[in-house]
Design a protein around this ligand. Structure first.
Ligand SMILES: [Zn+2]
Length: 275
């Protein structure tokens, strides 16, 4: 029995190490709010891939096989999901489960929990504008998929927490928070183009950066925005400063990472993912 187990463990350990490249090992976390890396058929030009009606990031891994790097929305249930190729072929992938704990937050401004009807119109308009930005799909390939941390500072609030504001459940936490003093410079975690800036009801002063092929960063609650729509940013270029604008209990950076219009755990991209 023991030797059988040892053999089984060896087989499990050795197979993926040979079959998978660096990007797959880093990013393949197929859970709700995670990322599925799916191998694609061999062909000369990049296959075009869609998931839930959105275009998906496709790269050549290690200069060899084509892979699709697919964001999985938090709302997806564990089970079999499907990518669709432009030739009509369907590729299955499996989504596992992940538990997200709850977090209780007290807000002084009750408008940030249950906004007046007067605010709802503004909130809806802002939401539409931001969703449109998340749906951007530009052909450029991301300069780096292992992203840099946008600020120095400890991780203060994890992605996916189920949030209860003043006793009322609201949308789960769609990004990762870094504790940092007001005024700390925020750096672009990869090359990118500024596609949207705004001063929003919930998110406060906000910058959206398109890194290419549907990989989008959003930075919220800034004290000041240092860029404008259309600006091309280098990796590491400063785009604004940490603040506490919008629905924030104190200065911090809230960073969203989105793939194919699915908000995913940014910790995956900075090597800080914990299951
Ligand atoms: Zn946050």
């Amino acid at each position: 029995m023991k030797s059988f187990l040892a053999l089984l463990i060896m087989a499990c350990l050795s197979l993926p190490a040979h079959a998978e490249g660096f990007i797959t090992r880093l990013l393949n976390k197929p859970v709700p709010g995670g990322v599925a890396v799916v191998k694609l058929p061999e062909q000369d030009s990049a296959p075009r891939v869609r998931y839930q009606d959105q275009s998906v990031l496709v790269i050549r891994e290690d200069g060899q096989r084509w892979i699709a790097i697919t964001g999985i929305p938090l709302t997806v249930k564990p089970g079999t999901e499907q990518l669709e190729l432009d030739n009509g072929q369907k590729l299955d992938f499996q989504v596992g489960s992940r538990e997200y704990p709850a977090q209780r937050i007290t807000l002084k401004n009750q408008q940030h929990v249950t906004p007046d009807p007067a605010h709802l119109k503004r909130i809806q308009r802002e939401l539409d504008e931001q969703i449109a930005a998340y749906k951007t799909f530009s052909p450029r390939q991301p300069s780096n998929l292992m992203l840099d941390r946008p600020v120095d500072g400890r991780l203060s609030s994890a992605f996916g927490l189920r949030r209860i504001f003043n006793g009322e459940e609201r949308n789960p936490h769609s990004g990762l928070d870094f504790a940092a003093p007001s005024g700390t410079p925020i750096k672009s975690p990869a090359e990118g183009k500024v596609i949207l800036t705004g001063d929003y009801f919930f998110n406060g002063k906000t910058v959206f950066v398109d890194h290419g092929q549907g990989l989008i960063s959003m930075f919220c609650h800034l004290s000041s925005i240092g860029v404008k729509v259309g600006d091309e940013l280098d990796r590491g270029e400063v785009l604004g400063k940490v603040g506490a604008t919008g629905r924030a209990t104190g200065p911090h950076l809230h960073w969203n990472v989105s793939l194919n219009n699915a908000r995913v755990d940014p910790a995956i991209f900075i090597g800080a993912y914990m299951h």
